[in-house]
Design a binder for this molecule. Structure first.
Ligand SMILES: [Zn+2]
Length: 114
């Protein structure tokens, strides 16, 4: 019986130490988790900033290329029907979505140029 109790005590002690060990690992993981989360947020922020720069660059208007009455996009170089530009005054390339403006004399200043 004595031995049995002693073994139980040993097991109990072992469990106790395992619990402490687990708690330490948990604490360690928790401490580690903080910078990891920050890293994720930093990476995510950087990704979003790059995306914003990309979209801003995309939204900077480009002059519509005028080739003797036929137009093409300054970005993707795909042809754009003249009716779309002359009649509908589209502001974005139907192919790639690039913001486009038609070059106009300054005296007509009403048209958005920037
Ligand atoms: Zn385009």
């Amino acid at each position: 019986m004595q031995r049995y109790v002693k073994n139980w005590n040993l097991l109990d002690t072992a469990i106790y130490y395992i619990e402490i060990f687990a708690a330490k690992i948990k604490q360690h993981l928790h401490e580690e988790a903080e910078p990891a989360v920050e890293e994720i947020i930093d990476a995510e922020t950087q990704y979003l900033q790059e995306e914003i720069i990309h979209y801003r660059a995309h939204q900077r208007p480009g002059w519509i290329v005028d080739q003797q009455g036929t137009y093409c996009c300054p970005e993707c170089r795909k042809g754009i029907a003249s009716e779309l530009i002359d009649d509908y005054k589209i502001k974005y390339c139907p192919e790639c979505g690039k913001r486009i403006v038609k070059h106009q004399p300054l005296t007509l200043g009403k048209e958005e140029t920037a």
